[in-house]
Design a protein. Structure first.
Length: 163
């Protein structure tokens, strides 16, 4: 009998920038040494999570949205463990995100299981054979997508003749 598991709820959250992104193995280790994890209720917008953690002020008040612009420039790392039974580890399995903000890379137990680049469509990754009996670590890296767009030459954005 197929079983499902809802992974909404409490996750750990940290951020990455610059050269630290070149080492995804660091963020997918069982123990994340030297990094503070904020509690993050999922699903929730990143600004809400950071406001609840006391990292930023309410972006809907005054000029707080300008003070929080750095949030869009970061790569956000969500981490969660879950426990699977032997039966769950043996069955056909899919990891489904109903909504995931824009660019995302997903790892299960240190192995990349998928990438997603669309905030308006669900993400679905087959993880059959990748779920282990016992504790499993799910890591999701998200970003706004601005870094990928920033690397493209302006010519790529032109849709017609100039003249």
């Amino acid at each position: 009998m197929a079983k499902s598991m809802n992974l909404n709820g409490s996750w750990g959250l940290t951020w990455a920038e610059g050269s630290s992104l070149m080492q995804p193995g660091f963020y997918t280790k069982k123990v994340l040494a030297g990094r503070q994890l904020f509690p993050a209720t999922v699903p929730a917008p990143i600004h809400t999570v950071l406001e609840e953690a006391g990292v930023i002020e309410d972006i809907n008040f005054g000029l707080n949205s300008l003070k929080a612009r750095w949030v869009e420039e970061m790569f956000w790392i969500y981490r969660r463990t879950f426990t699977a039974t032997a039966e769950m580890a043996e069955q056909s399995s899919w990891l489904i995100f109903e909504h995931i903000e824009f660019d995302a890379v997903v790892w299960l137990n240190g192995e990349e299981v998928g990438r997603h680049e669309n905030a308006n469509r669900p993400a679905k990754f087959e993880i059959t054979g990748k779920v282990r009996e016992g504790e499993n670590l799910l890591v999701v890296q998200t970003s706004t997508g601005m870094h990928g767009a920033a690397e493209k030459p302006a010519f790529d954005y032109h849709s017609g003749d100039i003249g």
